[in-house]
Design a protein around this ligand. Structure first.
Ligand SMILES: [Ca+2]
Length: 211
């Protein structure tokens, strides 16, 4: 019996050790309760003609979790496609993670069905943009969840753009930035809308481990 117990404990130790990273993967969360946590509009975006994010700051106007969120001010002209990005730069190995999600709030004063959001990961040695294949339409006056399954052997169908070496699957261990991009989906002359000079709020970005 004693030998059996010892054998069992050794087996348990070996299994736990072998599966260490799975057990150790903890949820990654940005909820802006302790400041901007490194999130900002990247410098290069200010030089892009179609990037229209003006400023970002932590705010108590609205929140999805806790009392604060990240308030990003945009100036979308409405008569042309435009976008605005906020991001955090930090090295992540997301091999043992399953899904990434974020909540985005569009005030009631915003246009309906014209502002969308998607998540973007900057990955690999070449820092390549890997973006969600389908952006999500933001509902006015509500928090809208934007989420995507991360790529893995278990999830062959991809929620992400990028082929070959740019594919997220090949770079999931080398994520350098996480970004949220808002897009004003104007396509003149037939699809245009009112100018929107105002905020979106970002909160509760979660990267959840595989079960
Ligand atoms: Ca929060």
């Amino acid at each position: 019996m004693k030998h059996f117990c010892m054998f069992f404990l050794v087996c348990l130790f070996v299994i736990c050790f072998a599966a260490g990273p799975v057990f150790c993967a903890e949820i990654i969360k940005y909820d802006f309760e302790d400041g901007d946590e490194g999130w900002k509009i990247p410098d290069w975006a200010y030089y892009q003609k179609d990037h229209k994010a003006i400023s970002s700051e932590v705010s108590t106007d609205v929140s999805y979790s806790g009392k604060k969120s990240l308030k990003v001010i945009y100036d979308f002209p409405g008569n042309v496609w435009a976008a605005g990005i906020v991001e955090v730069e930090k090295d992540y190995d997301l091999t043992d993670y399953d899904e990434i999600s974020v909540e985005v709030f569009l005030p009631k004063s915003g246009p309906q069905d014209l502002i969308l959001a998607r998540l973007i990961l900057t990955v690999g040695i070449g820092w390549q943009f890997t973006e969600m294949r389908h952006p999500v339409i933001l509902e006015r006056g509500k928090w809208t969840k934007v989420s995507a399954k991360l790529e893995s052997q278990e999830v062959p169908e991809s929620d992400w753009k990028g082929r070959g070496p740019r594919r997220l699957y090949h770079n999931i261990g080398k994520v350098a930035k996480i970004a949220v991009r808002a897009e004003y989906d104007a396509a003149p002359p037939h699809r245009i809308g009112p100018r929107y000079e105002g905020p979106l709020y970002i909160d509760n970005l979660l990267i959840t481990p595989k079960k």
